[in-house]
Design a protein around this ligand. Sequence first.
Ligand code: NAG
Ligand code: NAG
Length: 300
Amino acid sequence: MVYVPSARYEDAYRRIIDRAGAAASVLLFVSMDVDALCALRILTALFKRDSIGYKIVPVSNYSEIASMNQSLIVQNPQIKSVVFLNCAAQIDIQDFVTLREDLNIMVIDSHRPFNLYNVFWHEQVQCLDDGDVEANMQDLRLAFESIEFGDSSSGEESSDEDENSDDEFSKEEVLEGGAGRKRGSSEMLEGLAKSDRPQQRRRKRRADMDPEEFLREQQRRAERREARAEQQRLIQAYYSQGTYYGQSCAISTLMLAEQLGQPPSLDTVWWAIVGATSQQLLQLIDTNGYTEVVRRMREM
Ligand SMILES: *[C@@H]1O[C@H](CO)[C@@H](O)[C@H](O)[C@H]1NC(C)=O
Ligand SMILES: *[C@@H]1O[C@H](CO)[C@@H](O)[C@H](O)[C@H]1NC(C)=O
């Protein structure tokens, strides 16, 4: 699991502490907006408290992040964690930053929708969830996992089954293919490479098969295809709902500080209020969303 439920933000922070060394070990990519800057103030206060060295990099677009991949991450092995403030939730981070094995990523971003690879796939990427993933995206998660990993419960489903669905009796093939947890493209290539083979065997088996068994098999196959189409519809619907905003990044950071036992100061609370209010003023969230924030702040 790679989204971090709101009650467990501190876990993501502890991964940063665990990896911190003497040199600056954290790279902070900060979007240039009010909410991100407020979050930055709260987060760096925590880093100072815990003596974690960091380097701040303001960014205004994703090509800037990609261009810093080599100079700041690949050539800097002492960087152990990268934190994104109000950026990166919507991109597949792997496309912009080399995910070295020892690199830990934390994403505190209010932009939605999430890139599903960040929240359900990359073990190294910790996305702080404001409750949306946990409460509303579990069906989506199952659909995503089923498509990416193959559905292990039936043992027959595989992500490349339908693309090659002219191989009618290829359960063994599918089982082989479904076991490896690889990313789409290479998996697809393997599937294609295999697809010349089953022709002969298919014709033979079809002749052997009891007609009723054949029909049942056809029916099962149709059901699996339908289930898979439904999973793809779910994922597509999630991405195509358009851009929206989740919990203010400053509020998430304040909640993190609170979980870490940092008593709220006038300053940190003020930064959180400014961050959240900027979302309201820029009309990124509606009045209901803002009222919800105010309610949560009262509870804190
Ligand atoms: C990204 O931002 C930098 C700095 O503001 C700018 O020079 C560059 O042209 C921008 N790139 C794109 C693709 O917008
Ligand atoms: C990051 O930079 C390294 C070194 O230049 C390069 O090999 C790698 O492909 C880059 N990664 C991404 C995701 O751009």
